[in-house]
Design a protein around this ligand. Structure first.
Ligand SMILES: [Zn+2]
Length: 315
């Protein structure tokens, strides 16, 4: 612990004083975990309906399959809500997160996503195969910049269209799936908000997503999820958040609870990022980088570019 940067130690201390964490879930291939009991009649925590008014035939992923989840499911999401999320906010979250999932080599239902030039016909392409990353470009349309000395390739990948606040709802929905049943009473408005297909509705003023990018090679088949709740007696920080680490990225997402967050109303959030695991080879790849994303836009974002840098081996 002593060789950790001071900021990491300060963050660890901050979280220790203000929050209590649940046991993290380490999701690895071959593991199967079902959240909630399977007693009948089942109850859907998202819409509040019970069997037989709603059915529970489909497997409800606690985390979308796009992030590589093949083992974490819940018993408390009905088929109606499952389809609503799958056809809506999970697509926005999928498009928003796709460049990072490709770079982290995260295998969804159809393998690691390929990113292609938005122009039809011949164009650049970033694809991950058994031989590693395959980058294609055409001479008359150069797309990648190659830095032989630094052994890096950089380019600007494009993002498929997404509505920022819908992607945010997709993230919050994951957290709402992870909270224990006893906590659901504090999130009634939040359940309604994530289900609402009207993305223009006001909800909470500030809802940042803290992204930490961990450079260098990272496992692409391990997902770590952790839920944190404010300690009793503390009233200066938001009530709950969760962190979600996959590939090279750690996302820290607040779970807004209008009733429990009343005490911090009017005060700007002064949270520090939850300490992320360090890079495997910081000397070679650099330290983790933190960015705060404000995913509150309500209009579709088209043609957004994401700057990426890939390292390569060899001479
Ligand atoms: Zn439902």
């Amino acid at each position: 612990m002593t060789n950790l940067p001071a900021a990491t130690l300060a963050a660890a201390d901050f979280y220790d004083k203000h929050y209590v964490g649940a046991e993290p879930i380490f999701l690895q291939p071959g593991m199967k975990l079902m959240l909630g009991n399977s007693e009948r009649p089942r109850h859907c925590r998202f819409c509040g309906n019970n069997e037989p008014a709603v059915s529970f035939r489909d497997e409800a992923h606690a985390l979308p399959a796009a992030f590589g989840n093949t083992g974490l499911f819940s018993n408390y999401e009905c088929d109606t809500c499952n389809h609503l999320f799958g056809e809506g906010i999970e697509n926005d979250l999928g498009n928003w997160s796709k460049p990072m999932r490709t770079l982290s080599r995260i295998k969804g239902r159809n393998g690691v996503p390929t990113i292609k030039s938005p122009t039809t016909g011949k164009g650049w392409r970033v694809e991950y195969t058994n031989e590693g990353f395959q980058l294609k470009q055409y001479e008359d349309d150069p797309f990648f910049e190659i830095d032989e000395e630094a052994k890096q390739i950089s380019s600007e990948l494009h993002r498929d269209p997404y509505i920022p606040v819908a992607a945010l709802k997709g993230l919050v929905k994951i957290g709402l799936t992870l909270i224990p049943e006893v906590e659901t009473q504090h999130f009634c408005e939040t359940f309604n908000w994530v289900r609402d297909t009207d993305h223009t509705r006001d909800f909470v003023a500030e809802l940042p997503v803290i992204r930490t990018f961990i450079p260098g090679p990272m496992r692409n088949d391990l997902i770590v999820l952790m839920l944190m709740r404010r300690r009793a007696g503390v009233d200066t920080v938001p009530y709950a958040f969760f962190t979600f680490a996959y590939g090279n990225e750690v996302l820290q997402v607040f779970l807004p609870s209008p009733s429990q967050d009343k005490c911090i109303h009017g005060n700007p959030l002064t949270l520090m990022p939850f300490p992320a695991p360090g890079a495997l080879y910081p000397a070679r790849h650099g330290q983790p980088r933190v960015k705060v994303e404000t995913l509150t836009g309500r209009e579709p974002v088209r043609g957004e570019k994401v700057r990426v840098v890939l390292g390569f081996e060899g001479s």
